[in-house]
Design a protein around this ligand. Structure first.
Ligand SMILES: Nc1ncnc2c1ncn2[C@@H]1O[C@H](COP(=O)(O)OP(=O)(O)O)[C@@H](O)[C@H]1O
Ligand SMILES: [Mg+2]
Length: 375
C-alpha cells in the first residue's frame, strides 16, 4: 500500500480548516465535528501465519483526543467511514462509530473518543526484534548495548549511553530498529516526529519537549524516538528564519543535558538529512549510524524474509530479483514490490505470484524512482 497524503478514505486532499468558521466543501457549508467516537478495527488484512496481535488502548483519553484530532484535522467525517492511523500504527483502521453532527469536518474544537473494542483485534502488527532487521550490523551491535543499559542503568554510571542518531534514506529500517530495541527491552517507547514538537505559539515546543522527557523519565526504562529530526535540528543559519524551531532545539539540548546517567532513558533520533542537523545537537549523540540502502546480499535476505510471509507463493528466483533491485530500500522491496505483486495476483484470482507480475511492477517502480530523483 502506498502512503497516503491524508489518511481518511473519502477525501484524500481535504485541506485543514480553522476551528471557528464552518467550512465550505463543494459549495456547501459543512459544520465542524463536535464529537467523534472511534472504534479500533485493525489492519485491512493480515498475512497468513502472522500471530494475532494487539488491540488498542489508551491510558489518557485527553492525549488520545489530541493525537487523533491533530492527524485528522480538516478531514470530512461521517458515521461508518474508516480512518487510517498515520503515525504510531501506520495503516491501522478506526471506524467512525459516532459523528456529531454527522457529515462534518474535524476541527480544533472536536472531541475524539476511543471506543473500547469488544473483541481483540487481529492485526498485522508483529512486534519486531533486532533479528528482523537485516544488515546494519554496527547499529544492531550498539542497540544490543543499549539493551544492556536499559536492563541495568546503574552499572554504567558516568559511561552510560545517552543518545544515538540513525540517518539514511527513507525506508531503510531506522524506525524498525528503534521499535525492535523498545520491544526487546520491554521498555516504553515514546515515538514522535520532530515536526510535531514545533508548536503554534511561543513556548509550545519547549513545553512539548519537557513533557515528553518527563513522561519518559517517569516510565523508565524507556526510549524516546524522535523521527525526522532534521525538521527541528536545522543548522542555526536556517533557524533564524524560524524562532519556534530554535526554541525546540534549545529545549531539546537542555533536556538532553539534564537527563542524568542513571535515568534509564535513551534518545534515538532519526533523519534522512544528517547534514541539516545543527552541530550542537549532533554532538550530543554518542554515536551516529548510517542506514544505507541494502546491498545485494541484504536485499536477498529482505526478499527471503518477507516473501516467506506471503500468503501465496512467489514464482521467482529471489537471487535474480535481488540482483535486479539495486537502489530499492527495504520498504520499497516489501511494500512497493512484494505487496503490490501480491495485490495484483489476488485481484486476478491467481493462486501464485508469477514472475511476469513482479517484473512489471519492478519496471514501473524503477521508472517512478528515476522520476522522483529527477525532481
Ligand atoms: N533492513 C531492513 N530489514 C528488514 N526490514 C526492513 C529493513 N529496512 C526496511 N524494512 C522494511 O521496511 C519498513 C519500513 O522501514 P522503516 O524502519 O520505517 O524505515 P525508516 O524509518 O528508515 O524510514 C520496515 O517496517 C520493514 O518492513
Ligand atoms: Mg522512519
Amino acid at each position: 500500500m502506498t502512503r497516503r497524503k491524508d489518511s481518511t478514505v473519502d477525501f484524500p486532499n481535504s485541506s485543514r480548516e480553522s476551528s471557528k468558521k464552518p467550512s465550505r466543501r463543494r459549495g456547501r457549508d459543512v459544520p465542524n465535528t463536535q464529537l467523534l467516537v472511534l472504534e479500533p478495527i485493525g489492519y485491512p488484512f493480515r498475512l497468513r501465519g502472522d500471530p494475532k496481535a494487539i488491540g488498542v488502548e489508551t491510558e489518557s483519553p485527553e492525549l488520545f483526543s489530541d493525537y487523533a484530532r491533530e492527524q485528522w484535522l480538516g478531514s470530512f467525517v461521517h458515521e461508518g467511514m474508516f480512518l487510517f492511523d498515520r503515525y504510531v500504527m501506520p495503516d491501522f483502521a478506526f471506524r467512525a462509530k459516532k459523528v456529531v453532527p454527522d457529515n462534518s469536518i474535524v476541527a480544533k474544537s472536536t472531541r475524539v473518543r476511543l471506543e473500547k473494542e469488544k473483541t481483540r483485534v487481529p492485526s498485522l502488527y508483529r512486534r519486531p526484534t533486532l533479528e528482523d532487521v537485516i544488515g546494519h550490523e554496527d547499529a544492531k551491535r550498539k542497540c544490543r548495548l543499549l539493551l544492556k543499559y536499559l536492563e541495568s542503568p546503574h552499572q554504567f554510571g558516568e559511561w552510560a549511553p545517552r543518545a544515538v542518531l540513525f540517518h539514511g534514506p527513507p525506508g531503510t529500517g531506522k524506525t524498525l530498529t528503534a521499535r525492535a530495541v523498545a520491544n526487546e527491552a520491554q521498555a516504553d517507547i515514546f515515538i514522535t516526529k520532530a515536526s510535531d514538537l514545533i508548536g503554534v505559539h511561543v513556548g509550545d515546543g519547549g513545553r512539548k519537549i519537557s513533557t515528553l522527557f518527563e513522561s519518559a523519565r517517569e516510565s523508565a526504562p524507556s526510549i524516546i524516538f524522535i523521527d525526522e529530526l532534521d525538521a527541528i535540528g536545522l543548522a542555526r543559519t536556517f533557524q533564524s528564519i524560524r524562532g519556534d524551531v530554535s526554541e525546540v532545539v534549545t529545549a531539546l539540548l537542555g533536556e538532553m543535558d539534564q537527563t542524568v546517567e542513571e535515568s534509564g532513558v535513551i534518545l534515538i533520533g532519526a533523519t534522512n538529512a544528517v547534514q541539516m542537523i545543527d552541530s550542537a545537537l549532533r554532538s550530543r549523540f554518542d554515536t551516529v549510524f548510517e542506514f544505507g540502502l541494502p546491498n545485494e546480499v541484504d536485499r536477498l535476505s529482505i526478499l527471503k524474509l518477507y516473501s516467506s510471509r506471503l500468503p501465496i507463493r512467489l514464482e521467482m528466483d529471489l537471487h535474480q530479483l535481488a540482483s535486479l533491485t539495486e537502489g530499492l530500500s527495504g520498504r520499497d522491496l516489501r511494500d512497493r514490490l512484494l505487496k503490490e505483486s501480491l495485490h495484483v495476483a489476488i485481484s486476478k484470482d491467481m493462486n501464485q505470484i508469477p514472475k511476469k507480475t513482479v517484473l512489471e511492477i519492478l519496471n514501473k517502480l524503477k521508472k517512478k524512482t528515476t522520476i522522483d530523483y529527477a525532481i
